[in-house]
Ligand binder design. Structure first.
Ligand code: NAD
Length: 370
């Protein structure tokens, strides 16, 4: 039987609550005998700070580096807002991403059947939306040098500077992954840049076209980022895979997330080039939402994003595409049948608590496994 080692970081706020529902699925997988999953759990972020004085211990980091995949709930909260910058809970997230060498962030955005009316976009426009945003994560404007706030020695005027730089290998590896992912989907990649103004974007576009030469089965088009921002609202169903830079991706992923209706529905994966013991990409999987301190501890969190993150992990790091499809299908089924957490329910509508929703998904998944 296939064996895999996972590290789980429940984290802060609603993180532990949604992670419990991820564990529920992992227990079912173990029980079913389909895959042997060994899970080590560590506090992270504020929870780790409270217990060990640091947001991520060396022991936890070492375990994450040895794991086949890493799951995270959420990090942060007002309790730690005044902590000195170097010890802030969020630094654990940055350290994990850096140490795991994940260079891209994948965010699937799907409008679930039965939830169309929750979208701020008109129903007619969002029917069938199923897109995947692939964002470069470790380079670009957020990391280029020089960066900082300085004073011009001649004029004595202060100025701020960031540098947008992309090297060829950084664009190549992202584009290659985008094309590979498109091959397993609907075979279309939209490259988003600002090639009409930025030299780095013209360079980026050229490299994407070079990589495309090895993926002739995939259709490629280019879109300027301003046009992409409009089309994501006006005709989101036209997209399959979008690839883009760190900063453009940061903005567009949040924009695209809005059209789904609740932040509690969206999973994410961060992948690098490191392979795990199964010969798959080791990855880092987490819901896109934060620790939601306003609803923490009340059973109001929607665990769908966490459970769908487990599904992404099954597909991308554990080589279990069929199990992943069944799990994602189970979440879809539960939602389609009208069972909802509070974020999806209308004002006077009855809703399920976090664990009740998780139980419903578990039940549907058990059936799907046969
Ligand atoms: P948030 O995502 O935590 O919450 C935004 C809103 O969405 C809140 O009203 C919340 O109740 C709701 N929400 C979020 N997840 C939900 C879920 N699963 N089900 C139902 N409703 C949900 O963002 P925020 O309030 O800006 O940030 C709160 C804390 O989380 C901050 O400390 C922030 O730094 C941190 N944060 C962490 C991550 C991460 O761990 N990756 C990401 C974003 C924010």
């Amino acid at each position: 039987m296939k064996r895999a080692r996972l590290v789980a970081f429940p984290g802060d706020g609603i993180g532990p609550e949604v992670m419990e529902e991820g564990f529920r699925i992992i227990s079912l997988l173990k029980e079913s005998g389909l895959i042997e999953l060994e899970v080590q759990t560590f506090p992270v972020g504020g929870a780790s700070l409270d217990r060990f004085g640091v947001p991520l211990t060396q022991e936890a980091l070492d375990a994450a580096l040895k794991a086949d995949a890493v799951l995270l709930g959420a990090i942060g909260g007002p309790k730690w807002d005044k902590v000195e910058f170097a010890l802030r809970p969020e630094t654990a997230l940055l350290e994990l991403r850096k140490s795991l060498e994940v260079f891209c962030n994948l965010r699937p955005v799907k409008v679930f059947a039965g939830l169309e009316s929750l979208s701020p976009v008109k129903e007619g426009r969002i029917l069938g939306v199923d897109l995947l945003l692939v964002r470069e994560l470790t380079s670009g404007l957020y990391f280029g040098a020089p960066k900082g706030i300085f004073t011009d020695p001649e004029t004595n005027e202060p100025y701020g500077i960031n540098t947008l730089v992309y090297r060829k290998h950084e664009v190549e590896r992202l584009a290659k992954l985008g094309f590979e992912l498109a091959l397993a989907r609907r075979g279309k990649v939209t490259n988003v840049d600002k090639a009409n103004v930025l030299e780095s974007s013209r360079f980026w576009r050229g490299v994407v076209e070079e990589v495309h030469a090895s993926f002739r089965g995939v259709a490629l088009d280019h879109l300027l980022v301003d046009a992409a921002a409009m089309r994501i609202i006006l005709s989101p169903s036209q997209f399959d895979v979008l690839i883009t830079t760190n900063m453009f991706g940061d903005i567009l992923t949040d924009e695209a997330a809005c059209i789904v209706g609740s932040i509690g529905l969206l999973p994410s994966a961060s992948l690098g080039e490191r392979l795990n013991t199964l010969g798959e990409r080791s990855g880092f999987y987490e819901p896109i939402h934060g620790s939601a301190p306003d609803i923490a501890g009340k059973g109001l969190a929607n665990p769908s994003a966490m459970i769908l993150s487990v599904a992404m992990m099954l597909e991308m790091s554990l080589g279990e595409a069929s199990l992943a499809k069944k799990l994602a299908g189970s979440v879809e089924l539960v939602l389609k049948e009208g069972r909802r957490t509070k974020d999806l329910a209308s004002d006077n509508e009855a809703y399920l608590k976090t664990s009740e929703f998780g139980e419903n998904v578990e039940h549907a998944f058990r059936k799907a496994l046969g």
